[in-house]
Write a protein that binds this ligand. Sequence first.
Ligand code: HEM
Length: 590
Amino acid sequence: MTSTSAQKPSLLVDDRFVLIGTLALASHLLLFRLVDLWPEQIAKLYVGLFALDLTVRYTYLHSGIVGTLFATIVDVVAYTVFVLASIGVYRLKFHRIADIPGPTSWALSKWSTFGIDRQGLRPRAVHAAHVEYGDVVRTGPCEVSINSPDAVAAISAAKSECWKGPWYDSAAGGREPHIMRSLINLTDRTEHQRRRKTWDAAFSAKALKGYEGALVNNMEIMLRQLAKRANADEAMDIDDWGMFFAFDMISEVGFGRNLGLLEQGKLSPILEQLEDLMKFQQVVNNRPYMIEVTRQIPTPKGAYAGMVMELLEQRDKDAHGQKADIMQFLYEASAEEEGTDEHSKTFDKYNMRNNHGRRAELAAEARLIIVAGSDTSSTVMAMTLFLLLQHPKVTTQLRAELDLVFGTDYETVLSDFTRLDRECPLLNAVINESMRLFPPLAGGLQKVNTRGSTIVPLASGSKMVVPKDVVMTIPTWTMQRDARNFSPAPNVFRPERWLHPEREERFDRRAFVPFSAGATVCVGKLLAYMELRLVIANLVRRFDMTATSDFDPVAFEDGLRDVFVSTRLKKLSVKLTDRSSGASQAAAAV
Ligand code: HEM
């Protein structure tokens, strides 16, 4: 049609917003609802829409370039508003999980929990929602949190159809197939099975025996350093020392050489930045598509990768092919696998040959060793010491147990891992009770069934059907403090509940999942227990610990934050007194 102003098509003029509204509704129902579009695709779609609108307007309405441009902007804004309105109404009224209770703003958009994630308060916010709405809460437009020990097996067991959710794509750095992932981020189940076999070998009983020397070595350095500070009557943040130990230990067990943090008494700048990055990362990972934007921003991840590469290279030089460390197992399994059909298939599928194949895979695993094995353990150390500070009676009982098993020469380093495990029930109870109250990964881990719906048993005894593609989490913090699972006094530190569970009002071991469960259960669980027993037993036996006068336990506990792994805003400020005879003699000589 040629154009005079009288002949302008009415659809573009009078019925303009009807047309845009219809288009918006259609694109929501036929596109946005069905395809998970990430920013790059949305940007392309918008560029296309903008160009189309501009061309049609310019061709048919001839209102001049400025007028056309302005009208197109109005069209695109109106389109966006209509799409958002359609999405909002759909999410609240027609979505497959619209009938699941929860805060309305959470159902509307994951952006409503942005502030909660930024402050690291997700586990507590989800906990409050469970208190208000019950065992099943809608925590996002397409997400539910299910507080039920029976649900653990349904969504985590090896046979379950559920697998890692979209959180892990973001943690990996994107969802493109060529992105090299470490074990924890593998959203492809077959690939995970292949790599998990290797990791399992690195944590077998025999392998763990081989790591004992590294653990004891770092324990000796820690005790020496702390004794020095105790003798100088220095106040310290004992949480920091747990962190130095955890990093040094895992790098020595992983790569045969520690990072020297215990010797230096401080974190390296790269590790400090990495800790800060975790806070930012948690906000992104809960909105996985953001990774496409944020990965353009330079982060300390590159420096961290460089640090790990250096550790690897140094290790390879020192090792001459053989070393009793985690990397040795990963190298051996990788070498054995090379050339097999299984290996070739997965490498081709992920285009790994173009990504330096085997070396890149091993480097990704190497980076995971340090990340997975540091903050997790140091959190348990900090929270256990904090709880013992608040419960001097338990500390006394624990010392009595250790005296009975190991004698009273406090100068010696306890290093018999078998006896710490089998003959020290209270020590183990203290550690478990600490992880029950303060699980390092408190927020729950995403699982999703992309093949169909999942039947999930609830705590009430009924069952719910969770539709396909709905992301599920089990709220670890909430479940481990639920009176139906642990009674009496579920919020109180009572290690004795672990000594005689059969005498407890309620004790449901299935509800204790600090290491997760099933096919993705923490591969380092036994190593973590070895480390925790060693550190807690040695510190409790060797030192009296008192909080400094400015330490506020309530503020410390309130300052616990979740950045996937827990972190603390406040210092655990203490002074130590050395209980060993060496220290008494030194004091007497003065
Ligand atoms: C108290 C200390 C620890 C706690 C509470 C803990 C907790 C967890 C949890 C909850 C998971 C499951 C994560 C998920 O499904 O996304 C996990 C996975 C993992 N952990 Fe630990 N962890 C601890 C120590 C360690 C240590 C010392 C290592 C040694 C390197 C380690 C290595 C791993 C690895 C490699 C995975 C991935 C497993 C997989 O996806 O198959 N963890 N951990």
